[in-house]
Every structure is written in C-alpha cells, then in structure tokens.
Design a protein around this ligand. Structure first.
Ligand code: AMP
Ligand code: MG
Length: 327
C-alpha cells in the first residue's frame, strides 16, 4: 500500500479525500498527529475497528482513543459533559490531552474493550484534522505500531513496525510532540490521571487541581487503564536506564551497545551513541526516534542516561521505565 507524502501544514485536498474515502469504506489509514502516528479506522464501524487490532497484534482488552474535531463531536459519543470536560477541552483542545467519559451505546464495545467509558481527543495536527473533516466520522486510532513496540514518530517507523501493506500511510514528516497524549479520566467521582503524556501534568493540574494517580507501573494491581500496562514502548534489544556515573561500567558486556545520553562523547565500548538535548520537550520529541534508530542499528543492549527527577520529565521517565520492562 502506498506511502503518500503530504505537506504537514497544507495537505493536498485530493490526497486527503482519497484517504478519507478509505476510512469511510472501512479501511485503515496511518496518519500523523502532533503526538505520534496513529492507525485510524472509522470508530463507529466494528468491522473497521477490528482491522486495527489485527494489524497491531493488539489484544482486544486494550481500548482505543477516538479522535474527533471538536468538543461538540466528542459530546455525541459520551453520556455526560461535566463542567471540567468543558474547561479542559476549552483550554487544551486541539492538543495532546485525551479525556475518558461514559460512552453512549453507538460507540462499539470493541473500541472501548468492553469498558463503559470511551477515550476522546481532538488532535491538533493539520493532517489529522483535514482527515477527520473529510471523513466526517470519528476516527479510532491507537499508535501505528505493533503491540508493545516503540510508538512511531515518522512514516518510516510505521512501515517498519506494521509492514508496508498494513495501511495507506500519510507521511507528513516527524511529529512535533513525540510522546503520546496525556489521559485523564472524568468518568468517576474524582478526576484521575491515567497516563502521563504530551500535555505537562503541571498545566493539566492547574485546571483540575491535584489528580488521583494510578498505581505505579511495576505494581501487579488490576489495571484501570491499559496505558498502565507494564511493558510498552520497548525496543527489541535490552534497554536499561543508568545514572551518568554508572554508564562506563554498564557498557561492559555483550554488544552492539547503543547509548542515549546528554553527553557529547560516549565512553569506549559504545558502538552507537545518540546525544540528546537538555530541554524535556525537545528530548520528548526525539526519544522514540532515537530508540527506533538504535533498534534499526541492531543494538543488543541500549543504555539510556537517567533523566532529571523533575515534573517536566515525568512522562519521559514513565516511557523509559516501561521500555525497560522485560517481557
Ligand atoms: P494508544 O492508543 O496506544 O495511545 O493507547 C490508548 C490508551 O488510552 C490506552 O492505553 C489507555 O491508557 C487509554 N484509554 C483508552 N480508552 C480508555 C478507556 N475507556 N478507559 C480508560 N483508558 C482508556
Ligand atoms: Mg500505543
């Protein structure tokens, strides 16, 4: 299936129309959002949604985020629209915030993995928005990668992970945020944070107040949200997070060894070194691409220098911790 290059700001309308026709016809389209590339299907068509699970090798207990153009479009899918939903979507949509609310019956159970709630988000990427507009239907779209693998931030990552024939791929270059959306659950008595992500927690909590937090990823507690699945975002090689002072010692062992660090130079024994920026947003934008690169270079072990233990780095720390969980 083709990879079609589109302008990230002004995608060609005829390309978007063709992609939208596929969505409406029940086929899959991989498309860029500002967070990562999504694998999209018509959200209200169970047959189309089933193709997402098949292409990803994703177990059907893992629900999907439904992408919409606006709060009004989201309201058509949910049973209530509390004042906090209005405030949050006013402030952060379109953008990297997903909200979970009670679902209306028209949302297929397959989309929500049987949960009584549905996750909705209005993406900011012009290509995602053009596709939603042309299709005229909500689009269910998880990240366009095999289950538990690293999320794609480029079209090449999508093709490599899903295979070239899984879907039409709209290629608009690398994504801007690079980390999945922040997920907040508004369906319960108290708003709860289900997943750290592209919208900084401090910005979110400035509106919601302190949020209830899910259990830490390494606890074997029942999961209220699959974003809490332990192993996720993982490369094929072994990934370890190490403090700066321990990198040299950690390099010793089987190779090839990849290193992601803040330093400009790597110690002896490192086969592939990627130097990362000190700004958390920039780091987040580049992290998955760095993991994909070291994976493609065949690294048996990937060492990642620990990132600062500060709020602005929380989503990155979370993803690194999950990438390091062994199967
Ligand atoms: P992905 O599509 O791979 O970015 O992951 C979607 C994530 O959204 C899931 O892993 C969950 O964390 C979250 N999610 C989707 N639907 C629901 C729901 N109904 N209730 C709770 N969390 C959800
Ligand atoms: Mg994913």
């Amino acid at each position: 299936m083709p990879v079609i290059v589109v302008d990230p700001e002004r995608p060609d309308p005829s390309v978007i129309r063709a992609a939208a026709a596929r969505i409406v016809g029940g086929e899959l389209v991989a498309f860029p959002t500002e967070t990562v590339y999504g694998l999209g299907a018509a959200a209200l068509n169970p047959g189309a949604v089933a193709k997402i699970y098949a292409a990803k090798g994703r177990p059907s207990y893992n629900p999907l985020i439904v992408h919409v153009l606006s709060p009004e479009a989201a309201q058509a899918l949910v049973t209530e629209w509390p004042p906090l939903a209005a405030e949050l979507t006013d402030q952060f949509w379109p953008g990297p915030l997903t909200i979970v609310l009670g679902k209306r019956p028209l949302v297929p159970d397959l989309v929500t993995a049987g949960l009584p709630s549905v996750a909705v988000r209005a993406p900011a990427h012009p290509v995602a928005r053009a596709l939603l507009e042309a299709a005229g239907v909500p689009i269910a779209a998880p990240s366009a990668n095999r289950f538990q693998a690293i999320s794609p931030t480029s079209a090449a990552h999508v093709a490599r992970s899903l295979g070239p024939d899984a879907a039409l791929i709209l290629d608009a270059g690398p994504t801007r945020v690079g980390i999945e959306s922040t997920v907040v659950d508004l369906s319960g008595a108290q708003p709860a944070l289900l997943r750290l992500g592209g919208l900084a927690l401090a910005e979110l909590e400035a509106v919601t107040g302190p949020l209830a937090r899910p259990a830490a990823p390494d606890k074997a507690a029942p999961r209220s949200s699959p974003g809490l699945v332990g192993r996720h975002y993982a490369p094929s090689g072994e990934l370890r997070v190490v403090e700066a002072g321990q990198i040299e010692a950690a390099v010793v062992g089987a190779g090839p060894v990849g290193l992601i660090s803040f330093a400009e130079q790597a110690p002896a024994g490192v086969d592939h070194h990627l130097s990362m920026p000190a700004d958390p947003r920039e780091y987040g934008r580049l992290l998955y691409a760095a993991l994909h690169t070291l994976d493609e270079l065949g690294c048996a072990r990937i060492l990642v220098e620990a990132v600062p233990n500060e709020g602005a780095w929380a989503a990155i720390r979370d993803r690194l911790a999950r990438s390091a969980v062994r199967a």
